[in-house]
Design a protein around this ligand. Sequence first.
Ligand code: GRG
Length: 304
Amino acid sequence: MPAERTQFSAPELLAEARDRVDVLLAAWAERIGTIVPGRTGEALAYALNTPGKRVRAALVLAAYRSVGGISPAIAAVAAAVETVHTYSLVHDDLPCMDDDDLRRGRPTTHRAYDVPTATRVGYLLVPVAGLVLAQAARDLVLPSGALGRMAGELFEAGGIEGMVGGQWLDLEAEGRALDLDGLMAVHRGKTGALIRAACVLGGMAGEAPSPALEALRRYGQEVGLAFQIADDVLDVTATSAQLGKTAGRDVALAKSTYVSLMGVEQARAEAEALSQRAIGHLEQAGLDAGALGALAEYIVRRES
Ligand code: GRG
């Protein structure tokens, strides 16, 4: 029998993450805006301040709490992860990638400004994420070496073995049918790796011992894939107004998705199974699966 879970509300966890992280992102946007001249500085603030669901931020906060972390400075780790995520969205929307006009309910950065400006914004946000993370490590008063390990985790997830590699495979696969293994590699890379890193970083910031970190990594691995499967489903079942981005984009770009491979119902079931497996990893390690459990279920049952 699994242990009883403390009940948490995912919408409340997300609202808390938004409140705590958006204020930090706005402050960084203002600070960087004084250094980066003109339209590029403005566009950088536009991208950072455009409101997202803040799922990755909520995962950082929940993972940190699950290992007993109590410092409010954890919000800056969450802001660093959201900064990497924002850069990836700005570049993902560019004409040379997914070529989209709508993001988070607003015109994409290259539509609101222009392609060269949005390209610069994306590149500028990567070192900003590093600065935000470094500030977080100082404020959390982490032991020497922790910042290096955390930076390694975040930027490995953002690189060729994670987000960049997954996106690369995704772009190469447009118009081509992938099998399930190929699709899983794309999803785990382009979306799952950063989500996994969010969970591990929360644990690292809380100075969790190796077994707890390993459980958070496994949890993050499962919910990271589940998140992208749910995204595949929403692409065909939700409207652009609900999503804040263009619905039906995967079909328009002839992308292989869990829906194209197995249909909506089986894709939903697969995501649900991954979410429950994720919770199981935490329970097996004796971690509090309250907040992370609520987020795992939200990730696969969400409507936007
Ligand atoms: C140079 C090949 C190359 C890649 C650069 C652009 C890029 C790196 C990677 C793209 C990664 C990406 C955008 C994956 C999709 C992840 C995803 C499902 C995003 C939507 O996340 P939500 O729903 O968005 O959490 P909000 O807006 O709520 O934050």
